[in-house]
Ligand binder design. Structure first.
Ligand code: MG
Length: 204
């Protein structure tokens, strides 16, 4: 399976990272399957970064193979929705951005993609107006709604499937809203999707 992720998909977050223009097309990167972290297992801070940041995101699960999928039929290709964190080694990312080099190491390192359980999409109502949030040590630090995504899930699927064949089991991370920040040992991260608690794990 592969993890496809979208960058710069919430305008307010883009501003906090000084990326002022609106992307004209989705900005796509990937994480390897070794990035997955499940079942609320603790996230261990890696030794190569002094600034690992959380990015809370809504994640879609692909349920069937497809290539060149049209936006109109994109919803047939995902069945369940969950949440995840796109952990980012921001200090490395800054360095890569300055030199124009690829992002893989700062985005795709081991355990950089904790994910929740997934909920059938039918139970969630309008997927283009899904509220979600992240609590850090009991205090809400990120609050978003999929209504604010620059590119919604159907547009993302139509776009990426021109380049990558989507396969059952693939995951799509859809970008993070404003409020990202650095994690430290002892932190507790709790994610909520439409009021449901989705994940709850610690940083060690
Ligand atoms: Mg992200």
């Amino acid at each position: 399976m592969k993890i496809i992720a979208v960058g710069w998909n919430y305008a307010e977050h883009n501003k906090e990272l000084s990326y002022k223009e609106l992307p004209k097309e989705p900005v796509i990167f990937m994480k390897p399957d070794t990035a997955l972290l499940r079942e609320n297992k603790s996230f261990y801070l890696p030794d190569f970064s002094e600034d690992v940041q959380y990015e809370t995101e809504v994640v879609f699960h692909i349920c069937k193979m497809g290539k060149n999928i049209s936006e109109k039929f994109a919803s047939r290709y995902y069945d369940t929705v969950g949440m995840g964190i796109d952990f980012t080694a921001r200090d490395l990312q800054r360095k890569f951005k300055e030199t124009g080099n690829p992002w893989e190491l700062c985005k795709g390192f081991d355990n950089s993609a904790p994910i929740s359980e997934f909920i059938p999409k039918e139970e969630l109502g309008d997927l283009n107006a899904l509220p979600f949030s992240l609590d850090l040590n009991g205090k809400t630090v990120q609050q978003g709604t999929t209504a604010d995504m620059i590119f919604n899930i159907d547009t993302i699927i139509a776009y990426v499937s021109r380049f990558f064949t989507l396969k059952m089991g693939d995951l799509i991370f859809t970008g993070t809203p404003v409020g990202v920040g650095t994690v430290k040992i002892g932190d507790r991260l709790e994610g909520y999707l439409k009021g449901r608690k989705m994940f709850d794990f610690k940083v060690e």
